[in-house]
Design a protein. Sequence first.
Lengths: 242, 242
Amino acid sequence: MFAYKMRGAAGLANLDRSLISALPAFSGLSGADLDFALEGARSFIVRKDAAVFEQDGEAHSFFLLLHGHVRVERLTPDGQKVVARYISEGELIGIAVAMGRDTYPASAVAAVDCTVLSWPNARWAALTARIPALSGNTLKTVGARMEEAQNRVVEMATERVEQRVAHTLLRLLRQTGRKVEDGVEIDFPISRQDIAEMTGTTLFTVSRILSDWEGKGLVKSGRQKITVLQPHRLLVIAEARN
Amino acid sequence: MFAYKMRGAAGLANLDRSLISALPAFSGLSGADLDFALEGARSFIVRKDAAVFEQDGEAHSFFLLLHGHVRVERLTPDGQKVVARYISEGELIGIAVAMGRDTYPASAVAAVDCTVLSWPNARWAALTARIPALSGNTLKTVGARMEEAQNRVVEMATERVEQRVAHTLLRLLRQTGRKVEDGVEIDFPISRQDIAEMTGTTLFTVSRILSDWEGKGLVKSGRQKITVLQPHRLLVIAEARN
DNA sequence: GCGGCGATTTGCGCTATCGCAAACTCCGCG
DNA sequence: CGCGGAGTTTGCGATAGCGCAAATCGCCGC
């Protein structure tokens, strides 16, 4: 199931401070603290479609995504999948230990080949003890994710599917959009099915909506690829009064 | 808009450690730390239907609910209301400062007359500096709320209305249920409209569902009051495969 | 004890969206 | 360079749940 791959010599060797010095979680740390933070960390490569960790699995480590994109998924008891969010470079994931959990509440699957840093859970206590700001920074991160989750609840409760898809696309653009010649594209492969699992609908409905938008010149989309040509018009759809 | 009421002499006078010593946020503190924690705190009474704080309002304070029940509401731009959650006694609310926000992301409205403790935001830094465990405890609280929010996203994405209402009722029972003679009742007044706003449906549909359940002997409900007679059968409905 | 109002119930159309089947497209591999 | 399969498109019912109107109920205050 798991498909870690140690990155050659780097796995246990010294990791460079520069890997994490610019990240919000470790912002404002001294060089010594950065080195301390990296003690016990290992770097891995996780191949596309492999899991960084799995829902309900024993939480042994926490992680930092150095490079790539990770999809956080929750599986319902009857096997339906819901995509909770995508994680971008530089974010912490799998911090069950910080929340006092001993299993992961969701799975994290690489959307592309990823580089990940991992620490054994036991390091968390040492880290927060020596670096008090880490708790506060993490609290901010978790707070932001909670607000995003609340926003999605509100969307699901009050908006129609087309608006939810529009909001979701805009959110993805904001988090991981890449400017290209004629618009902004999502910088990893994403299928109709993925979007359906983010918006609580079916791939059929997503396909119909994207086809419609394409007809209107709003987006250009193909196999696992979406480019938004006119973000402002998408916003109009997203925010339309019912 | 706000309707605080100072509690006689207690407002600025010494507050007793016993108010907070048993609460998870302050668990494991020494007496001196408890006294320190209470410095700068004031106690208020918030009348039913009055706001503790309001969405988008400048976050000047954070709060602890000592007694009563508070409903956390979010208002959409077009005026629809969504109930994010109910807060029970002993929980922190309005901790925007901990998440680095300067406005409240939601409103908090008293479901019954409540007693609330409040601190000016500036105290947060002092508290977390002197009491490092507070950050960690708060992280756990926020983590738990995030998971609850994620659960609701999953429910909204995968379940039909009846199942969502069942899950919501069960959640309310768990958080605030009070055992009575013939079942478990929700401990504060709650309308069909409130439940609709929690589940993303309409009061009509909620009414139909409750009438149906009442006919089957599952619940007994009246004006702003719901008693669950057979929680296990409700669970069966909640967890039904589609 | 009565009046009035907010809360609830219930009937009846209506439609957004699902669910499935079938066909099509395109990428990657041999 | 053609094959196979995953990803996508599109048509066509079926339906859960909405939205509104109208009636009823039951608390609370006077």
